[in-house]
Every structure is written in C-alpha cells, then in structure tokens.
Design a protein around this ligand. Structure first.
Ligand code: TRP
Ligand code: SF4
Length: 403
C-alpha cells in the first residue's frame, strides 16, 4: 500500500446504466456491499464519464441514474456505511482532472487499450474528442481526489488503474519537493527518538545504495509504528525513504473483482446489449417467464432424449445458484432423460426469486420516496466534497496555485 492514511479508503464508480441486472449484482454490487463493512468506501455515479460517449443525448444519463442508485440501495449499499454520490456534484473531480492534464503526456492516453477499442466498438459515435481521450485521466482524478488505496474494478479497467499510478508518481515527482523539504524530513526523523533515527538512516542508506527491498519494507514499518508522528509527517517520511518527494497523491491499487462473467439467459455473458438479462426489479412472473423460455441443449427435443448439461445455459445458472444435491439431480436427470427441462428450471426460478424478493421490496419503497434517494445523494456529495476539497488544497499548494 502506498500510504497509511489512504489504504483503508476504497473508491469506485459506475456509469449510469439504468436498471441493474443479475450480472451487475453478482459481478460488482455484492462486492461493494462487502467492502463497505471493511473500508471507508466512496461509490459514485460516473455521469461525466457517461458524457464522454453520450454527449449528444445526456437525457439518457439523467433518466438511468435514478434507477441505478435505487438498485444500489435496494441491493444493500448502505449510505450509513458508504459515501454514495454523483460525480458531477463534486466539482473537484473535474478540477483535479484539469490540473493533472498539465502533466499528462498525450502518448500515455493514446496507448490506453480502451481508447482504440471503444472507438472501434462505438463506430456510430464520433469519439475523436478531447473528452473521450481524457476518459482514463478523469478516472485517475476520481481515485486520486480521495487518495484511495484500493479500487475495485473488473479486468478491463486495470490499465486505467495502472495509468492512475503513473500519473500519481509523476505528480509526486514533479511537485512533491517543496522548498525546505529536506529540513522538514530531518525534523520528522528526529522526532522518532535517537535509537530509531539511527536505524532509520541505516535502512534508508541500504535501500538507496543497494536497492535493498527488505530494508525499505522495514523502514516503512518503522515509520508506521511511530505513535508520535502525525499523518502528515508519516507521509512525508514514506516519500523520503524512497528517495522521492512528499507523497501528495498516493498510488492506488486495483482490487480485481474475481467473479467470472455472469451467464445470461442465452449462454452469452449477461448484458443489456444482448437482451438476455434478468433485472433486479423483474417480477416473479417475469423471472418465471424468462427462465422457462431459456434455450436448452438442442439435443433434448423430446422428454426421452438425453441431454448434456455442459451444452445448456440453464446449467450455467445452476452452477451459481444450486447446491451439490440439486446439481447432481440435474446432471443425472438430464443425461438419463429422467427429468424434463421445465423440472430442471423450477428450482432455479425459485432461487432467483428468493434472491430478488427483498431487493424488489426495498426498491418499491424507494421508488415511492424519491426524496429519500435525493437526500442520500446530497449528503453523500457533501461528505465527498469535504475530502476532495482537502486534497485539492494540497494539490493547489503543490502546483503553486496558492496566491
Ligand atoms: N471506467 C469505469 C467503468 O467503465 C467507471 C469508473 C469511472 C470508475 N471512474 C472510476 C471505476 C473510478 C473505478 C474508479 O467501469
Ligand atoms: Fe438444460 Fe436442464 Fe434441460 Fe439438461 S435438463 S438440457 S441441463 S434445462
């Protein structure tokens, strides 16, 4: 972890995508819900990121944002535990993005894989814009503005976190050395007490001169164990021991969401664009209807035709929802043609409905009280702005924008 004060903070965003489906729930939201118990979490609607591709039809973003936040809350995100807000309500994201743009080489942005990929994929849109090129830099600002230590993301986003780390490093390198930096560091070191000063100097020397990684780790541990250093002094020293300047923007780490792709009704990954989803708000009848009409192993034309579960998208869902007993029953019954496909689907329908039932109920309540959702977002943005503005003060200071 790059820094003690930020390591417990988690930041992640999601573009406004309307009602969520089971793929979002199992792939992202369940993970966020777990994280909120352990970390100081900031989760936001990335509406500005939405604008980079939907600049011509912003109404879509506005309409889908409300539905998405309702689903976050209905699924179990708790505004008492996590800070939930809309990106554009915290203008510091945009401000930091601009400041960072001053030191960002164009080539770093051009080589981010999603840049070319998305331009290819969304051919009907003109994505030759300044805003779209800056998409990953805006994401860097999203993370760095909270000095987050961990960013839960899927595999496709890892290059964006990598860029964020490079930007932070470059920023600290350029702006982290203030006049008087060496003296400040010396003063902080002196506060550790004679014995520790000696040890610290020795460890730093062997890291600097021999690249001794273990010495670096021990030195960091030493700094972190010093009760009489405040956060600022510790961060100063954590930067100093590595030979760099003060860490103004700590480097975050990606927290890879390991969940495999959630299967859709047709066997492809569940996605709105494939029209193969079960949304968190589908009624029991809709779930029943959707699962009943799922395609199965085409070999099973008649009830007496044996099938092969591994060729059937229904089996993919059983692997997620069913216990070993039911899974055995499916495999045997399918291969021996002793159960019908509708029999096979029944326990799945029940499981999905049981999972969705409390979510649907909470969503209903929230839909009936739009002001509750609105207030959660207002309060979330207030909390977020407090942290963000304190980072911006340091950034402005570091960049000399403090006259
Ligand atoms: N680009 C992310 C995605 O498409 C969304 C996002 C925006 C994000 N800002 C972020 C994710 C900051 C993590 C941290 O999924
Ligand atoms: Fe698929 Fe189940 Fe039918 Fe086998 S019995 S083909 S696993 S739905």
């Amino acid at each position: 972890m790059s820094s003690i004060s930020s390591s417990q903070r988690v930041v992640s965003g999601m573009r406004a995508s309307g009602k969520l489906h089971l793929g979002h729930y199992h792939g992202v939201i369940k993970n966020w819900i777990e994280l909120q118990h352990e970390y100081d979490c900031f989760f936001f609607v990335a509406d500005l990121h939405g604008l980079t591709t939907h600049y011509e039809d912003p109404a879509i973003i506005k309409a889908s944002m409300h539905d998405m936040v309702i689903d976050w809350l209905a699924a179990g995100l708790n505004p008492g535990q996590a800070t939930i807000f809309v990106q554009s309500h915290v203008p510091q994201h945009a401000e930091l993005h601009l400041n960072l743009s001053m030191i960002t080489p164009l080539s770093w942005l051009e080589r981010v894989p999603t840049y070319k990929d998305q331009q290819e994929k969304l051919k009907d849109k003109d994505l030759g814009t300044y805003g779209f090129l800056g998409y990953p830099l805006l994401q860097s600002a999203d993370v760095l503005i909270y000095r987050a230590g961990l960013v839960p993301v899927g595999e496709d986003q890892v290059p964006h976190i990598e860029l964020t780390r490079e930007i932070a490093r470059r920023f600290n390198h350029i702006y982290g050395r203030e006049p008087g930096y060496e003296n400040e560091a010396a003063a902080a070191i002196a506060r550790m007490g004679k014995k520790n000063v000696k040890l610290f100097n020795k460890l730093q020397k062997s890291y600097m001169e021999q690249g001794d990684q273990q010495a670096l780790e021990m030195g960091k541990a030493l700094i972190e164990s010093q009760a009489n250093l405040n956060t600022e002094a510790r961060e100063l020293l954590l930067g100093f021991i590595e030979g760099g300047g003060k860490i103004i923007l700590p480097e975050p780490e990606a927290l890879l969401t390991k969940t495999p792709k959630f299967p859709g009704l047709d066997g492809q990954k569940m996605s709105k664009s494939y029209d193969n989803t079960i949304t968190l708000r589908d009624t029991p009848t809709e779930v029943d209807q959707k699962v009943r009409t799922m395609p199965t192993d085409p070999a099973r034309v008649r009830l007496t035709d044996p099938g092969e579960p591994t060729k059937c998208p229904v089996w993919d869902l059983h692997k997620i929802y069913s216990d070993a007993g039911v899974q055995d029953w499916v495999q045997n019954g399918c291969r021996k043609a002793s159960i019908g496909c509708l029999d096979c689907k029944k326990p799945l329908i029940d499981k999905i409905n049981a999972e969705l039932s409390p979510i649907r109920e909470l969503a209903e309540e929230l839909i009936a009280k739009p002001s509750v959702v609105k207030n959660i977002l207002i309060e979330g943005a207030e909390r977020a702005r407090e942290v963000a503005s304190s980072t911006m003060e340091d950034v402005r200071d570091a960049m000399g924008l403090n006259y």
